[in-house]
Write a protein that binds this ligand. Structure first.
Ligand code: SAH
Length: 369
């Protein structure tokens, strides 16, 4: 008898947890808000049906907003030089083993030309914080690309710059800017960065970009050292307040030659759950399934899409330099030509029932969902 009672009690507890997790997911979806304890329960549940419900809810919301369309952006990695010393990043200035390169103006234009022929209508120019790409040079590059491809969106991801610099680049023709906030906890931020970097400056940059008129992307790594439920909760609340047009998240992956080289990688499962939560909290967001996710799991990007992501960023950088933009170890897609990278990405997406689109894919705050 005693065993029966115990197993009944166990059943009740499991059923209760399952039902309450489903309620939480509905609650997040309906209110576009989450509590710290709800976040904890979602990140810690091992119940497969609850995770599947989270996945299907997020995918429903993404599909209501964007159909089965996945936007493709062509990524051009301009420079592996960086003046910063972020503890997680393989390109930090004190990593003497990092191979440094920078693309010439002509190499950048060649990447764009190739990308344009492949159908890309968004170019994302990303790089370390490299003084070589000062305002004069960068404005010249942006205005040339703007003039040659008036139908394309230009996205920059060049780290922290002055407000005047962001304004000049915007005036030269840039439309979007990706600058992950990295963590919304100032204490956590201080443990991930060297002393000369400041959380407040990062946040000020994000607000300046928005005020200037950029479509802005913030974001964070999942599983970065010292991350907790509380810091993640702060990240989600920051996203709710800031209302970015884009959010980039991917697992932390250790990088040889950095102080975090022996730290464990972030988890794919946690990244997927957070992608889904972000979709539910902020339905119209443009949310990439990142290369880092694809690096930790052979189907990582496909899973990301199934958990609510709607953007992929195949690499257009020249093949000779691909492996040198080594922000973390074992990065995928470093061997292919741009055309192969595009075809492979497209094939993967089609295989899981989605359609790749190469139009500008601007943020649309008035979507019905
Ligand atoms: N210098 C630019 C671009 C940085 S690279 C900037 O500051 O915005 C883009 C993103 O890669 C970073 O914002 C960071 O979140 C992520 N990243 C860096 N090192 C990483 C690592 N070891 N694992 C996973 N992601 C990493």
């Amino acid at each position: 008898m005693l065993t029966l009672v115990n197993s009944d009690q166990r059943f009740d507890k499991l059923t209760f947890n399952f039902l309450s997790t489903l309620n939480i997911i509905d609650h997040i979806r309906n209110t576009r808000d989450i509590t710290r304890d709800e976040l904890e329960q979602i990140l810690e549940t091992e119940d497969k049906a609850s995770i599947e419900y989270l996945r299907s809810s997020a995918r429903e919301v993404a599909t209501a907003a964007y159909g089965n369309k996945i936007f493709m952006r062509g990524l051009i990695e301009l420079s592996s030089h960086c003046k910063n010393d972020c503890l997680y990043c393989g390109l930090r200035r004190s990593n003497s083993a990092a191979v440094r390169y920078r693309l010439s103006d002509e190499q950048i234009y060649d990447c764009c030309e190739q990308g344009y022929k492949l159908g890309f209508r968004t170019f994302v120019m990303q790089g370390g914080e490299d003084g070589w790409f000062d305002d004069k040079r960068m404005c010249r590059i942006v205005s040339t690309v703007r003039q040659r491809y008036p139908d394309c969106a230009i996205t920059l991801s060049l780290g922290e710059r002055s407000r005047e610099s962001y304004q000049a680049l915007f005036d030269a023709g840039a439309n979007r800017y990706l600058l992950r906030h990295e963590t919304a906890s100032p204490e956590h931020y201080a443990r991930l960065h060297s002393a000369e970097m400041s959380f407040q400056n990062r946040i000020d940059c994000l607000y300046a970009l928005k005020e200037i008129g950029y479509q802005v992307g913030c974001g964070f790594m999942v599983g970065s050292p010292y991350q907790t439920i509380d810091t993640l909760y702060a990240d989600l609340q920051f996203i709710r307040t800031f209302q970015p047009q884009m959010v980039g998240i991917g697992p932390f992956i250790s990088a040889t030659g950095t102080p975090f080289q022996d730290q464990p990688n972030g988890k794919v499962g946690t990244t997927l759950r957070l992608l889904a939560i972000i979709r539910l909290l902020h339905p119209p967001v443009l949310l990439p399934a990142t290369t880092a996710l694809g690096t930790l799991h052979p189907q990582g990007r496909e899973l990301g899409i199934q958990f609510g992501a709607n953007v992929v960023m195949p690499n257009l950088s020249p093949r000779d330099h691909r492996k040198d933009y080594a922000i973390y170890d074992n990065k995928i897609c470093t061997g292919e030509e741009a055309a192969e990278c595009r075809a492979c990405t497209e094939g993967r997406i089609r295989k899981i029932g989605y359609e790749t689109v190469v139009d500008r894919g601007d943020f649309n705050p008035n979507l019905e969902y």
